[in-house]
Ligand binder design. Structure first.
Ligand SMILES: Cc1cc2nc3c(=O)[nH]c(=O)nc-3n(C[C@H](O)[C@H](O)[C@H](O)COP(=O)(O)OP(=O)(O)OC[C@H]3O[C@@H](n4cnc5c(N)ncnc54)[C@H](O)[C@@H]3O)c2cc1C
Length: 448
């Protein structure tokens, strides 16, 4: 309803005699819960800040121009078309009131009988405001598109200076964080440098383009086996990636990255995948939280609550097998979502249900064309077999048939042509804003 100049929105969720389940977050956890929950017994309400589900494992391919963003997201309304008593609203959930069983959102309040928190993680800059201002995160579709624009802008600038020192600085990229995201980006950027950029910018000498992969830990891919780390490090070094393990970032002012050791790198591009922290919601009791995540029992129930659940990355379920909680990857979120979707009705009826048990299917990371690493149960291997498995698994878990088809066609095309066809600057973007852009253009003018 619109009154005067103000637009008054309301949630507009119909009253119901069924128990109402509110799910916050349409990521892997929220999506699989909503798919599995029967709307015959429950009214299901799903809230997300975005109107789409993001397949985060392929974000790096959007950022490096291999895939269009549309091919790795699924519109949430489309996924749940034709489901009775299912209600999606695109909004931000602001707070939760456990006592009144009410949730506050940007479009009003709603009573819940059951609440499922599946809000995932956000980038952690560890309180360093300067790094947050200048470094590029890689957690969402807008982040990936910003990064793509930023990178393409850098290549454009590199073609507009003849000063070799300045060109090298523009072309230097630092990836902070050598987990799967850093490793996958490093591999993809080295492919761009080898196969794509020299054709696009024949006047630029890309031998000066340096790609650094830095991490405070002693090896790349710390969550994977030592063998997978060793294969990855060797492969990336062959690609010409400069790897700096045991290296802690201290500061970055948009031009100079400084390490704790005192060493510096001059660069306009620092990509930050060095940490994540829980995307918590206000109103959760302090004793429910630990290190930004929500403590749960083995039934995904928030410790100390009867009807609030937390699943996926945000949940911290400590078990004998996983004393520090489950790994922050898609499978625990999917499996917890399916578990709750299956057992919530029985829980509601007071029946006994089995505790959640995580089935670890293994870990995979791709390094580049035909190269990946896999830890599958006791097997640790790399090369083409791991790459084929990686391709198959990622295609399988993409959300819609359209996505699977588009990604497959793009991959096939990129593979046979050695090309990455989405090198577009749709909306010009440099992380450090106009000030830096102006300054760089000024430097270009001075150099000329
Ligand atoms: C770049 C990248 C690469 C990755 N690669 C892999 C990989 O190769 N393999 C793998 O298994 N895992 C990978 N992961 C991890 C995997 O994506 C996560 O573990 C998984 O997405 C967790 O699912 P989730 O449901 O807990 O949270 P998410 O999928 O993050 O979903 C959370 C949802 O909650 C919404 N939300 C958050 N706060 C609010 C709020 N206040 N109000 C409304 N909505 C809100 C968000 O918009 C989002 O849609 C990767 C992650 C990233 C970022």
């Amino acid at each position: 309803m619109e009154t005067g100049n103000a637009l008054n929105l309301s949630l507009n969720v119909p009253d119901t005699t069924k128990p109402r389940v509110v799910i916050v977050g349409g990521g892997f956890g929220g999506l699989y819960t909503a798919k599995k929950l029967s709307t015959k017994y429950f009214q299901v309400v799903l809230f997300d800040k975005h109107n789409y589900h993001t397949f985060q494992p392929l974000l790096y391919q959007v950022a490096t121009a291999a895939l269009q963003p549309d091919s790795i997201v699924g519109p949430l309304r489309k996924i749940f078309t034709n489901r009775d008593d299912f209600h999606f609203r695109m909004l931000k959930v602001l707070s939760i009131n456990n006592e009144t069983q009410e949730i506050t959102t940007t479009a009003g309040n709603l009573h819940f009988d059951y609440l499922i928190i599946a809000t995932g993680m956000k980038t952690n800059f560890f309180g360093n405001k300067e790094i947050e201002q200048y470094a590029l995160p890689m957690k969402t579709i807008p982040n990936a598109l910003n990064l793509r624009s930023h990178l393409m802008q850098m290549f454009e600038w590199a073609s507009m200076t003849q000063d070799k020192t300045q060109q090298d600085k523009i072309l230097t990229i630092v990836l902070a964080g050598a987990g799967p995201t850093g490793v996958e980006l490093a591999g993809a950027l080295s492919e761009l440098r080898k196969h794509v950029l020299p054709k696009d910018y024949p006047q630029v000498d890309f031998s000066g383009m340096k790609i650094y992969l830095v991490d405070g830990m002693s090896r790349v891919l710390p969550p994977m086996s030592e063998k997978a780390s060793a294969i990855t490090q060797k492969t990336l070094e062959k690609f010409g990636i400069i790897i700096k393990n045991d290296t802690m970032v201290e500061s970055y002012d948009g031009r100079t990255l400084r390490f704790k050791s005192g060493e510096t790198i001059n660069t306009y591009t620092v990509i930050w995948s060095a940490g994540v922290t829980g995307e918590a919601i206000d109103g959760l009791h302090k004793e429910w939280m630990e290190r930004g995540r929500i403590l749960t029992d083995v039934y995904c129930r928030v410790t100390g609550s009867n009807n609030i659940f937390a699943i996926g990355d945000i949940a911290l379920m400590k078990t004998t097998a996983y004393p520090k909680g489950h790994p922050g990857v898609a499978q625990p979120a999917i499996q917890m979502g399916k578990y709750l979707g299956k057992h919530l009705k029985a829980m509601h009826e007071g029946k006994e249900v089995p505790p959640f048990k995580y089935f670890d299917k293994g870990s995979l990371a791709t390094i580049g064309r035909g190269k990946a690493v896999a830890d599958i149960w006791k097997l640790h291997f790399g090369g083409r077999p791991a790459w084929w498995i990686w391709l198959f698994v990622h295609l399988t878990f993409l959300i819609t048939f359209r996505n699977k088809l588009f990604v497959l066609v793009n991959w096939f095309w990129n593979y046979i042509t050695f090309d990455k066809g989405n090198r577009l600057i749709i909306r010009p973007y440099v992380k450090s804003g106009n000030e830096l852009a102006k300054q760089v253009f000024k430097e270009n003018e001075t150099a000329a």
